[in-house]
Design a protein around this ligand. Structure first.
Ligand code: UGA
Length: 435
């Protein structure tokens, strides 16, 4: 099949490359000539494990190309995917759909034969209807069908999530569109991936409901972690104890400094706004948002308390800045809330992240950055683990101790074992454990 992918952001690029790897002929389009130039020169604008090799393989096979020219890209195409950004609108938290609608209008003007137009971007319920309305102003209604096909991939594990998903959700009831979507995802039938065909609105809502549920699960275990600390229980064992119940499941029960990233914060907020418009109270999701925000702030207090209540003049080493490992994404990362609060309290910050420092410098230009974990640790009064990169799990703790000015470790991701750390002479604080 011939596929056009509009938008080479995270979702667009990964989806486009993976569809090419399924054997389809894919053209990725972006308005940003810089991005397209980078891609055509063999570079990758984002950090995602395995993506560079997969791009190179499919470009070489002649199945994948990049252009700024939508007209050329749409020549004889079977399906056009809209995978442009839907950021939170400043101030009100609604998803900003202007890029989606602009893409729809442009696409409509170029359709000649029956084409499936698929929204991969995360879009609020009813967006497909509006895309259809906009397109109908420019092209005959029987020449296109608007389909919702939300993406459930996680940054850092995106290729695997795309190629081996738990399920694929497709929102359309049109027979021609169903046939095309089946053909697109045919390689997944081999490993019997369930494909949920449903109404478009249901599909749109499924994406938000999935993210809101996962955000709730994390926030739930984070609150249980607070309670564990207060009553002397162990959150990791509570998580294991409940997670073995298949109705609960063991995933997304790791306590930490609060969820971040480009999806959960934005999507939970947009879902609450949708509900408000429909006069429905989503009190659980609203509480999750509030609890997560306040958690990120409280993490700074936790660090201060672990260091005796006053961090004025202390040099604090932050290991990990990205919202999670294996990404350079800094969007809504807990470190962005924690670091400025520590600076306000008079601490001097030195930070290190294997991939996200260039991104971090855009928002936090005034702190010190080190080019290795050990350089960051050298001479610091405390180490804070803010992101659980494998590199930090593997640190030689004796060397860490010898480099530190004072042996304080505050582990917000629970990557070390308390007993071991205390055995080595560290003052060690983590999340959700008895003191
Ligand atoms: C999330 C969803 O997991 C994907 O299914 C979805 O497709 C994606 O959003 C999206 O809407 O595009 P992502 O934001 O890339 O993916 O990252 P996650 O691995 O889900 O992590 C999100 C946040 O939750 C991170 O800050 C992470 O540290 C935190 N988290 C996750 C925890 O604190 N505890 C956990 O047990 C799991």
């Amino acid at each position: 099949m011939k596929v056009t992918m509009v938008g080479t952001g995270y979702v667009g690029l990964v989806s486009g490359v993976c569809f090419a790897d399924f054997g389809h002929e894919v053209v990725c389009v972006d308005k940003d000539p810089g991005k397209i130039e980078t891609l055509n020169a063999g570079g990758v604008p984002i950090f995602e494990p395995g993506l560079d090799a997969l791009i190179a393989k499919n470009v070489k096979a002649g199945r994948l190309s990049f252009t700024t020219d939508l007209t050329a890209a749409m020549q004889d195409t079977d399906a056009v995917f809209i995978a442009v950004g839907t950021p939170s609108r400043r101030g009100d938290g609604y998803a900003d759909l202007s890029y989606v609608y602009a893409a729809a209008e442009e696409i409509a003007g170029l359709i000649k034969d029956f084409t499936v137009v698929v929204t991969k971007s995360t879009v609020p319920v009813g967006t497909g209807d509006e895309v259809e309305r906009i397109m109908s102003e420019h092209v005959s209604r029987d020449l296109f069908e608007v389909v919702s096909n939300p993406e459930f991939l996680r940054e850092g594990a995106a290729i695997d999530d795309f190629k081996r998903p738990d399920r694929v959700v497709v929102g359309t009831t049109d027979a021609r569109a169903v046939a095309k979507m089946r053909e697109l995802y045919r390689p997944l039938f081999i490993n019997e991936t369930p494909i949920v065909f449903t109404e478009r609105r249901t599909s749109e809502l499924t994406k938000y409901a999935a993210n809101a549920f996962l955000a709730t699960k994390i926030t739930f275990i984070n609150e249980i972690a607070d309670l564990c600390e207060a009553v002397g229980a162990n959150v990791q064992e509570v998580a294991r104890g409940i997670g073995l119940d298949k109705r609960i499941g063991n995933k997304f029960l790791h306590a930490g400094p609060g969820y971040g990233g480009s999806c959960f914060p934005k999507d939970t907020l947009a879902l609450v706004r949708t509900a408000e418009e429909a006069n429905v109270a989503l009190s659980i999701v609203s509480s999750v948002i509030e609890a997560n925000e306040s958690r990120k702030r409280r993490m700074a207090n936790k660090i201060v308390a672990a260091l005796g209540g006053d961090v004025h003049g202390l040099r604090i080493c932050i290991l990990g800045l990205a919202f999670k490992p294996n990404t350079d994404d800094m969007r809504d990362a807990p470190s962005l809330t924690i670091i400025p609060r520590l600076v306000d309290k008079g601490a001097e910050i030195v930070a290190y992240d294997p991939e996200a420092m260039d991104e971090a410098k855009k928002t936090l230009p005034d702190i010190e950055y080190a080019d290795s974990a050990f350089r960051a640790i050298d001479g610091a009064d405390a180490v804070v683990i803010a992101t659980e990169w494998d590199e930090f799990r593997a640190l030689d703790m004796r060397r860490v101790k010898s480099l530190l000015n004072a042996p304080n470790v505050i582990d917000l991701r629970n990557i070390y074992r308390g007993e071991q750390m205390r055995g080595l002479g560290f003052s060690y604080t983590n999340v959700g454990y008895p003191k």
